[in-house]
Design a protein around this ligand. Sequence first.
Ligand SMILES: Cc1cc2nc3c(=O)[nH]c(=O)nc-3n(C[C@H](O)[C@H](O)[C@H](O)COP(=O)(O)O)c2cc1C
Ligand SMILES: CCCCC(=O)C(=O)O
Length: 366
Amino acid sequence: MRVCVNLADYEQAAKLRMTKSAFGYYAAGAGDELTLRANVEAFQRLRLRPRMLVDVTQRDPSTTLLGHRVPMPVTVAPMGFHRLAHPEGELATVRAVTGQGLIFVASTMATSTLEAIAAAATGRLWFQLYCFRDREITRSLIRRAEAAGYSAFQLTVDVPVLGRREADIRNNFQLPEDCRVANLEPYGLGSIRGGSDRESSAQEYTDRLFDASLTWETVDWIRSQTRLPVMLKGILRGDDAARGIDHGATGIVVSNHGGRQLDSGVSTFEVLPEIVQAVRGRVPVLIDSGVRRGVDVVKALAVGASAVQLGRPVLWGLAVDGQAGVERVLSLFRMELDNALALCGCPNLAAIGPDLIARRFAEFLS
Ligand SMILES: Cc1cc2nc3c(=O)[nH]c(=O)nc-3n(C[C@H](O)[C@H](O)[C@H](O)COP(=O)(O)O)c2cc1C
Ligand SMILES: CCCCC(=O)C(=O)O
C-alpha cells in the first residue's frame, strides 16, 4: 500500500478495504450530494493572510472545551456503526482518540455499548443523543450515559427524519448480523435490516423509532432530565443558535450532518459567521462537516469557532488500520495544524483572529 500522507489518501485506502455497501453508507451524502461537496469547498474558498516575523519556535495548539484541557481544538464527531470499518469498532476508535487526549463523542447508534466504550476510554467522553418516540428509551440512555461517566451530551436536532442517501437504497444497505445497534439492544431494537427499493433499512429504522415531533419543548425536557451540559448539534442559523441558548444549550455544534440530511442545505462554514455573531461568546461554537485539513481549524477559529469536529476521516483511518489508523489520522491532522499555525505566525490559538482572513478580491476593488 502506498503511504497515506493526508486524510484524502485515507479515504482512497479505506475504499479498497471496505464492502461497497459499507463504504457507500459512510461516504454518501443525501440526494445529489450538493451539500456534501459544498462543505469542503466552503473551507477551501477562504484565503488567509499570514503574519510574518513572529517567533514560532514554541507552538501550543491546546485549548479548553467545557472546562476540559485538550491538546488541540478538535473532537471526534459522533458517527454510527464503527464495526462496519473494523471488528473492534468504536473500542479501537475511542482508545486512539482518548489516548491522544482528545474528546470522543459516542453515538447513540454505536455498534458497541456506551458502557463498553467508557470502559475502553482513557479520557473524556461526550454522548450524542437521538431522541426516540419512546421517551423511556431516551430517558434510559441519558441515565446510562451519566452512570458510565460521560460528561456532556450533544442532542442531534437535524434528524426529524433521515435524509435520502441514495447510495444506501441502491446498495440495499443492511447492518450485518454481527453488527448490532448495541445501545438499543436492551429495548429489542439492535438490528437494522430490511428496506425496499424506495427506502433504505436505516431510513425505515429511523422513521419507525426517531421522534419527528422534536421541538424546543423537547430540548427543555431533555435538559430537565440531566444536570450535564447539553449542546445542540445540527444548528445552521443564527436565530436557532440564540434560541438554543435561551433554552439552556451549553454549546452549539454547527453541522449539516456531513451533507447527509438536507441536500441543498447551506455549508457549515458559510453560516459560521452568522452563528458566531448570534452566540456572542456566551457558549462555545463547534463546527463540523467538511473539515479535512489542519488549516481548516485555523480558518474556523479565525471566524470565531472554539473547535472543530472531525467526521469521516476518522472512520477511514479505522478501516485502514484499526486503532493505529485512527491514531495516524489524528496525528497527521495535528501536524498539519501545527504547520499552519507556524506559517500563519501564530504560536498559539489566542493569536488566531479575524485579521487572518483575506478580504475577497471583489470587495477589495469596490
Ligand atoms: C457514517 C456516519 C455516521 C454518522 N452517524 C451520526 C450519528 O449517529 N449521530 C450524529 O449526530 N451524527 C452522525 N453523523 C454526522 C457526524 O456527526 C458529523 O456531523 C459529520 O460526519 C461531519 O462531517 P464530515 O464527515 O464531513 O467531517 C454521521 C456521519 C457519518 C459520516
Ligand atoms: C440510522 C442511522 C443514524 C446514523 C446517522 O446519523 C447517519 O447515518 O448519519
